[in-house]
Design a protein around this ligand. Structure first.
Ligand code: NAP
Length: 290
């Protein structure tokens, strides 16, 4: 159904480059329609060099807020007027809220990551976790895991990046500081995975269209009965996740994180409680569409 746009309708959107494959417009528009909110959510193709100008234009245009996606999330930290503690810890802004003339940067990736764990009753205090990858998404993941009391090992191709991530996360650790290892050190990674309760793939390996690729932390190293969590949502089940399921692991894909980071953003802008089931339905239709 086409959105009803009137003179009072407020604007929301997503800045990205590219932005045409973003699932956010359909997911947010479905929630806006279900809640009968007077908003419309649109994609903005904003190039890297135009981010500062595009952000500065938001108050003048009366835009309520935007999501930021590749390649803007990290750079926006320095371009907004204020950042929330969550954005600071995540080292990224995926949600900007316009408050008068001020831009407030927030990050909902961590809340999105947590939602499927919470809803399946997986407690994190004292859990042994391995996080594969140390990029932007890994930062939100490690922040939430160490804050909840998990013992985390970060395994990354570029060891220095993992070391930097762990150093930045030390102050958030409820129990023990996160540790790191190079993915080349396969004996250490294998031993840690054999003991882990939770293993999270935060690399893009296995993402569409590279469906036959699997991360360098093979599912065969997972302990039967552990939880394997892949942040990828396209495809719904990566090769790594399928192998984990066949090994008898509990599996979680990236759809729940995608939906819940979006729901948190919409709540942050509007104060409404978005219907995650409606948003997930819209995402699933978009993922199976042409
Ligand atoms: P990023 O900042 O570019 O980080 C990518 C990470 O993957 C880095 O640690 C990188 O290692 C590693 N990597 C990439 N290719 C590799 C390879 N061939 N071998 C070994 N390691 C490799 O990306 P990101 O923003 O964190 O996103 C990562 C993934 O998370 C993507 O698939 C994205 O779609 C997904 N994600 C999902 C959600 C969701 O809502 N479900 C949200 C955010 C992200 P180096 O440091 O050595 O380069």
């Amino acid at each position: 159904m086409a959105p009803r746009i009137t003179g009072t309708t407020r604007l929301l959107g997503v800045f990205g480059d590219p932005v045409e494959h973003s699932l956010s417009p359909c997911m947010h528009q479905a929630a806006i329609a279900a809640l009968e909110l007077d908003y419309v959510y649109v994609p903005f193709h904003v190039r890297r060099e135009d981010l500062a100008d595009a952000l500065r234009a938001l108050p003048a245009l009366g835009v309520r807020g935007v999501n930021l996606t590749i390649p803007h999330k990290e750079r926006a930290l320095a371009l907004v007027d204020e950042v929330t503690p969550e954005a600071e810890a995540s080292g990224a802004v995926n949600t900007v809220r316009v408050e008068g003339t001020l831009l407030v940067g927030h990050c909902t990736d961590g809340a999105g990551f947590m939602a499927p764990l919470t809803s399946t009753g997986i407690a994190l205090d004292g859990v042994r976790a391995v996080v594969v990858g140390a990029g932007g998404a890994a930062r939100s993941v490690v922040h939430r895991l160490v804050s909840a009391g998990a013992a985390v090992l970060v395994a990354n191709r570029r060891a220095q990046r993992a070391a930097d991530l762990c150093a930045a996360m030390e102050r958030y650790a409820r129990r023990s500081a996160p540790r790191w290892v190079s993915l080349d050190d396969s004996a250490v990674v294998q031993a840690a995975m054999a003991e882990a309760d939770l293993v999270v793939n935060t690399t893009p390996i296995g993402m569409w269209p590279h469906l036959n690729d699997a991360p360098p932390a093979p599912a065969e190293w997972l302990r039967q009965g552990c939880t394997a969590y892949d942040l990828i949502y396209r495809p719904e089940e990566t090769l790594w996740l399928r192998r984990a399921r066949e090994r008898g692991c509990r599996t979680i894909n990236g759809i729940g994180m995608l939906v819940h980071q979006g729901a948190e953003s919409l709540a942050y802008w509007t104060g409404a409680r978005p219907p995650a089931d409606v948003m997930e339905g819209a995402v699933r239709i978009a993922l199976t569409g042409p």
